[in-house]
Design a protein around this ligand. Structure first.
Ligand SMILES: *[C@@H]1O[C@H](CO)[C@@H](O)[C@H](O)[C@H]1NC(C)=O
Ligand SMILES: *[C@@H]1O[C@H](CO)[C@@H](O)[C@H](O)[C@H]1NC(C)=O
Ligand SMILES: *[C@@H]1O[C@H](CO)[C@@H](O)[C@H](O)[C@H]1NC(C)=O
Ligand SMILES: *[C@@H]1O[C@H](CO)[C@@H](O)[C@H](O)[C@H]1NC(C)=O
Length: 283
């Protein structure tokens, strides 16, 4: 494996994700891994541009303790207006992802639009609920015009029921695996027009907090929305997502970070509905 080109592409991708256009391009940005000497507890010292990973006070992921979350009745529902769009399946080196070259719709958070840019998976899950780590977590990464990020995170548990979205891209996953086996580390598999409608089911409950990217440079500009409903996935589907990755990235989950001063808020549709009913009664 060509470590330096992988390292560079990881760094370029990190810049892309973080939108950190003011950072200097550093071709020596080091490779990070998920264990050992380049593992998560060392990320901050691998490069000056990774310093937030150790010095940041608003880092992700976090453990969500249900008895500590704060029910915020003023939170708005997560409105996701996604469009079918041309997409490409890629092996980022440290995870499997789907990137959009064209407009794929928006997530509306508290009245502000964030455009869907890419999605990717981590296994096992990065966020935990009451200390429970799930086998898989999906991150839908959205970016606003002023450069802020908002990620919708979906947790998955093993089941006999397959995840319909992964079923839809199964052929692409097979092709990606074949390309990687042939030695093409940076395989791009065009998926054609992809419809992510399965991913925008009605969200009755979600957790909200402000944190960071979960990979270097760990930039702290991310509004997180973790869906409370844990979805179903088969063991085979999780294995297929791990298969194209090199062994240091088969487990690609950053450990939970301290909350420090932060509070995690809870949106609960039931509560908001009642409030609206009361409002209508008042009118
Ligand atoms: C979709 O993207 C692929 C890869 O970037 C490109 O080759 C193809 O022409 C695109 N198709 C459409 C309909 O834009
Ligand atoms: C946000 O996106 C929605 C859906 O595409 C659109 O109707 C709305 O006008 C946008 N709002 C702003 C402030 O751009
Ligand atoms: C969003 O961007 C604005 C300015 O562009 C900044 O002041 C604010 O802190 C950002 N919010 C988050 C959560 O990063
Ligand atoms: C990944 O983690 C699982 C359990 O958490 C462990 O059984 C497995 O050996 C790990 N795989 C690698 C490649 O580190």
């Amino acid at each position: 494996m060509n470590i330096s080109s992988l390292s560079l592409s990881i760094f370029l991708l990190s810049l892309l994700i973080s939108g950190a256009s003011t950072l200097q391009l550093d071709p020596k940005a080091p490779l990070f891994t998920y264990s050992g000497t380049c593992g998560p507890d060392r990320w901050g010292s691998l490069s000056p541009v990774y310093s937030k990973c150790s010095s940041g006070k608003w880092q992700s992921p976090v453990n969500i303790r249900k008895d500590k979350v704060f029910l915020n009745r003023n939170l708005k529902p997560l409105i996701r207006d996604y469009r079918p769009a041309n997409a490409t399946l890629i092996n980022n080196g440290f995870n499997i992802g789907i990137h959009y070259e064209e407009y794929a719709g928006v997530l509306n958070v508290e009245g502000k639009n964030y455009t869907l840019k890419q999605l990717h998976w981590h296994s096992p899950s990065e966020h935990r609920i009451n200390g429970v780590q799930y086998p898989l977590e999906l991150h839908l990464v959205h970016k606003s015009d002023d450069g802020n990020l908002s990620v919708v995170a979906v947790l998955f548990q093993y089941s006999v029921h397959a995840d319909p979205f992964l079923s839809e891209i199964k052929e692409g996953m097979n092709e990606l695996y074949k390309e990687v086996c042939k030695g093409d580390e940076e395989a791009h598999i065009p998926l054609g027009t992809l419809d992510v409608k399965q991913l925008k089911k009605n969200t009755k409950k979600y957790y909200r907090y402000v944190g960071s990217l979960t990979t270097p440079p760990c930039s702290e500009s991310v509004t997180w929305n973790i869906l409370a409903k844990v979805r179903c996935i088969t063991k085979e589907q999780v294995d297929a997502l791990k298969a194209p990755l090199h062994s240091p990235y088969k487990n690609n989950s950053r450990p939970c970070q301290p909350l420090h001063e932060r509070k995690i808020e809870l949106y609960n549709e039931l509560y908001v509905k009642n409030k609206n009913k009361n409002k209508n009664n008042d009118n």
